[in-house]
Design a protein around this ligand. Structure first.
Ligand code: ADP
Ligand code: MG
Length: 306
């Protein structure tokens, strides 16, 4: 059974007169990484706050692990590890001391506390920094401490709000690997305004704009790239198109500036280059065009902007 661990049904949230989330419905399935992608202000954090019981929806409902987030909020909240965007950490505590403290706050039974903290430290590879002050840690390590504390109660679901914000490229890669590793045993809902990050970790992605859910895309079984940007210097649109005449399956989708052409060919780049060279043209560079998700995102947001 592929039961959903989160079901959001027509979630709507007004802040005063301001509509921040507009009839959003989606689910998160067991053991999947679901991405919530949208520009700043699109309502991502508001949705997460509703799912974690920090805000009540104006209308609509949501269940977390089968518990309604409003009427059964406490039970729902117990099933979730939530890492908000700017996690308030007690920076004047040592890592292990902080986790002990948070385990107590979370109501972890005294007899299980030690094991729970040990397990969290191990899962997030914090062994090396256990006795350091949190104020001495890098942002990347602080992020890990935040995730470690969210996992103390052994929730089946982890909710991360923009976990890569403010991290350097190496730390971003580490967070990505961490999410992948944790997804083996957890369902994860993660937000970002950066498409490439969501695309790399999520199985599915929900695209938000201005509080509205535009689309849910599956990223499983990514089709191999079939769109290429090819630079054919000193040629013309007609000549390039002519090179593909009679070649089934190759199409010029668009002529761009600087002798660059967007070409579609499901067989890959090789037949494209072959046809061009065969027609006596010089091919300067070939690169895969936008990712499928980028494509979808641009199309959707373009439509919504009108
Ligand atoms: P995101 O996380 O995608 O950046 P948010 O959920 O933070 O989006 O915000 C969605 C919209 O709601 C924005 O227009 C934002 O300005 C507004 N908003 C967020 N929090 C509040 C608040 N506490 N009071 C009033 N408006 C808010
Ligand atoms: Mg946000």
């Amino acid at each position: 059974m592929n039961a959903a661990v989160i079901v959001a049904d027509n979630l709507t949230k007004y802040y005063g007169p301001r509509l921040a989330v507009d009839h959003v419905s989606f689910d998160v399935r067991r053991n999947e990484v679901m991405g919530l992608l949208g520009p700043n202000g699109s309502g991502k954090s508001t949705i997460l706050r509703i799912l974690t019981g920090y805000l009540h929806p104006t209308s609509g409902t949501a269940q977390v692990a089968g518990h309604d987030v409003v009427s059964d909020g406490l039970a729902a909240r117990r099933r979730v590890g939530y890492v908000p965007e700017d996690v308030p950490l007690y920076t004047n505590m040592r890592v292990r001391e902080f986790l002990d403290f948070m385990a107590q706050v979370r109501g972890v039974a005294k007899g299980r506390m030690r094991a729970a903290v040990d397990r969290s430290i191990e899962r997030l590879s914090l062994e090396r920094v256990g006795s350091l002050m949190i104020s001495k840690l890098s942002r990347g390590y602080r992020q890990r401490v935040a995730i470690a504390q969210a996992l103390l109660g052994e929730p089946g679901l982890l909710i991360l709000d923009e976990p890569t914000n403010g991290l350097d490229p190496r730390q971003i890669i580490e967070v990505r690997e961490l999410i992948r590793a944790l997804s083996a045993e957890l369902s994860i809902l993660v937000t970002s305004h950066i498409l490439a990050e969501i695309e790399r970790v999520a199985h599915r992605v929900a695209i938000l704009l201005d509080g509205k859910l535009l689309s849910v895309q599956s990223l499983d079984g990514h089709a191999p790239t079939s769109r290429f940007l090819v630079r054919v210097p000193g040629s013309t649109d007609a000549v390039v198109r002519g090179a593909f005449a009679g070649r089934a399956g190759i199409e010029v989708a668009e002529a761009r500036a600087n002798d660059v052409y967007l070409i579609e060919c499901p067989e890959g780049a090789a037949p494209v280059v072959h046809a061009l060279v065969h027609a006596g043209l010089r091919v300067d560079s070939v690169a895969p065009a936008e990712s499928r998700l980028e494509d979808v995102f641009l199309r959707l947001t373009e439509g919504a902007a009108r």
